[in-house]
Write a protein that binds this ligand. Structure first.
Ligand SMILES: CC(C)(COP(=O)(O)OP(=O)(O)OC[C@H]1O[C@@H](n2cnc3c(N)ncnc32)[C@H](O)[C@@H]1OP(=O)(O)O)[C@@H](O)C(=O)NCCC(=O)NCCS
Length: 402
C-alpha cells in the first residue's frame, strides 16, 4: 500500500482540515462564528494531514486528555477525533498512512494510550484499537415509570455559567474514580455545555446533600405535541449525569423523572451497570434501546499501560503481544498481582494489541475473548489466571462523547 505524504498540519491549514472532516461526515463547512469556537480545539502539533500532489485528502486530530485505569491511576490519553478522508480518495490507503503517522507521533510524544469513538466498527481494529467500554441507551416511559422513592436531598436548576462551573468541578472530582473515564478538554465544555446552554436549550441541575453539592445532571427537553395521539411526545434527554454517591445519583434521576409535561426520558451513553430500572415501580417503563461500543482503546505504550493499572490477587500469567503498527510493543509480558515485567519466556496466551486493549480495563474477560477466537491459548490454565488478575472491581465506563 502506498504511503501518502502525511505531516503535522500548520495552524493555517486547520480550517481546511475541519472542512474536509465535516465533508466526510456529509456536513457543510462550519460558518465563521462556529469556526471561531472550533478553532480553539485545534492545538498545534496535534492535527495530521495526508497530501496528494500538494492537496489535502485526509486528516485526523486528537485532544489532550487522560484515562483513568483500574486501581485509580490516570495515564496520558490522546482523544482521537475528526478522522476523515475525502470521498474521492477513500479505499486507497490514505487513512492507513494517517494512522501510521499519528500512532507513531503520539507514542513519540509520550502518550500512553489513545481513545476514540468509531463511526463504523470495521475501521479501527486493524490499527490496534479494541472496544474497551460499552454504554446503554435508555428510553423511559415517564408516565408509566412510577418511581418507588422520593428525593432525599435538594436538586436546583442553575443558569448556564454557574452551572458549568459547578459541573466542571464535580466532573473533575468524581469521574477519575471510575476506570474508563477520561479528562475533558476546555473545548469540550465550550461546545457541549456553554454553547448548548446558550443556543440549544440545555439545562443544568445540581444536587446538594449534607456536605454540599454532590452531583449534577445536564439535560435537554424537546417539546412535542400534547394531544391524545402522542405521535410526537415531549422528550427529555439526559446528556450528562455524575454523582458522588448512590443517594445523589437517585435524586438526580428522580428529579428528571419528575419534570412535568414530559412523556419520555431518554439517556444516551449511560453505564451498563446503572440501576435505573430498580428505581421504578414499573421496571418495564425503562427499555434498554441499545448496548453499544463506547471507548475504542489503543495501547500506544504497552509496558507503561500494563504497569499503570493494578491487578487482583492471583497467579501470574505470561501474555505474548503482537503489534504491527508499533512493533516495539511486541513481546512477552509477565503479569502478576504485584506488577508487570517484560520477559523472554514463552507466552501462555498470544493476542493482538487490540484484543489486549479490550481486556485492559476489565470489561471483557480473556475467557470470553478466547471463546470468540480472538486470542491463541498456548497453556489452557492461563485463561483463568488472566481472568482473575484483570478482573474489574467496577464495570469500566467513559461517559464522555467526543
Ligand atoms: C473511514 C475512512 C476515514 C477510511 O479512510 P480510507 O482512506 O478509505 O481507509 P484506507 O483506504 O486506509 O483503508 C484501510 C483498510 O480499512 C478498510 N476500511 C476503511 N474504512 C472502512 C469502512 N468504512 N468500512 C469497511 N472497511 C473500511 C479498507 O477497506 C482497507 O482494508 P484493506 O487494508 O483490507 O484493503 C473514510 O472512509 C471516511 O472518511 N469515512 C467517512 C468519515 C468517517 O467515518 N470518519 C471516521 C470518523 S470516526
Amino acid at each position: 500500500m502506498t504511503d501518502h505524504d502525511v505531516r503535522v498540519l500548520d495552524e493555517s491549514e486547520f480550517r481546511a482540515a475541519h472542512t474536509l472532516f465535516r465533508g466526510a461526515l456529509h456536513h457543510p463547512p462550519a460558518p465563521d462564528d462556529t469556526w471561531k469556537l472550533v478553532r480553539e480545539s485545534y492545538e498545534p502539533g496535534r492535527a495530521f494531514g495526508a497530501f496528494v500532489d500538494g492537496e489535502l485528502v485526509g486528516t485526523a486530530q486528537s485532544f489532550p486528555s487522560r484515562l483513568a485505569v483500574p486501581g485509580g491511576a490516570v495515564v496520558t490519553n490522546a482523544a482521537v477525533s475528526r478522522v476523515g478522508v475525502r470521498a474521492d480518495w477513500t479505499r486507497r490507503g490514505v487513512l492507513s498512512s494517517v494512522q501510521r503517522a499519528q500512532l507513531r507521533g503520539l507514542r513519540s510524544a509520550g502518550e500512553v494510550v489513545a481513545t476514540l469513538r468509531a463511526s463504523e466498527t470495521a475501521i479501527y481494529g486493524r490499527y490496534g484499537y479494541g472496544v474497551a467500554t460499552r454504554f446503554r441507551l435508555l428510553r423511559i416511559d415517564r408516565r408509566q415509570a412510577a418511581p418507588r422513592t422520593r428525593p432525599a436531598g435538594r436538586v436546583r436548576l442553575v443558569d448556564g455559567e454557574s452551572g458549568e462551573r459547578i459541573a466542571r468541578g464535580l466532573f473533575e472530582e468524581l469521574s477519575p474514580r471510575r476506570a474508563g473515564t477520561i479528562a475533558r478538554w476546555p473545548a469540550w465544555w465550550a461546545f457541549n455545555v456553554r454553547q448548548a446552554a446558550a443556543e440549544d436549550n440545555l439545562k443544568l441541575a445540581v444536587r446538594s446533600g449534607a456536605s454540599g453539592d454532590d452531583g449534577y445532571v445536564a439535560f435537554k427537553v424537546t417539546p412535542g405535541v400534547h394531544d391524545a395521539t402522542d405521535e410526537k411526545p415531549t422528550t427529555l434527554s439526559v446528556l450528562d449525569l455524575w454523582a458522588r454517591d448512590a443517594e445523589a445519583w437517585a435524586d438526580l434521576w428522580l428529579f428528571v423523572l419528575g419534570i412535568d409535561l414530559v412523556a419520555e426520558v431518554t439517556a444516551f451513553g449511560r453505564p451498563v451497570d446503572e440501576p435505573v430500572e430498580w428505581l421504578l415501580g414499573d421496571r418495564r417503563a425503562c427499555r434498554v434501546a441499545d448496548v453499544a461500543d463506547e471507548t475504542w482503546l489503543r495501547l500506544l505504550d504497552v509496558p507503561a499501560a500494563l504497569a499503570a493499572r493494578t491487578y487482583a490477587a492471583g497467579e501470574p500469567v505470561v501474555l505474548g503481544v503482537r503489534d504491527t503498527y508499533l512493533p516495539e510493543n511486541a513481546g512477552s509480558y509477565r503479569v502478576a498481582a504485584d506488577g508487570v515485567t517484560r520477559v523472554d519466556d514463552a507466552p501462555e496466551l498470544v493476542l493482538d494489541v487490540d484484543v489486549l486493549a479490550s481486556a485492559y480495563l476489565g470489561d471483557v474477560s480473556f475467557s470470553t475473548l478466547a471463546a470468540a477466537r480472538r486470542l491463541d491459548v498456548v497453556e489452557a490454565g492461563a485463561l483463568a489466571r488472566a481472568d482473575a488478575l484483570f478482573a474489574a472491581a467496577e464495570v469500566p465506563w467513559c461517559g464522555t462523547y467526543f
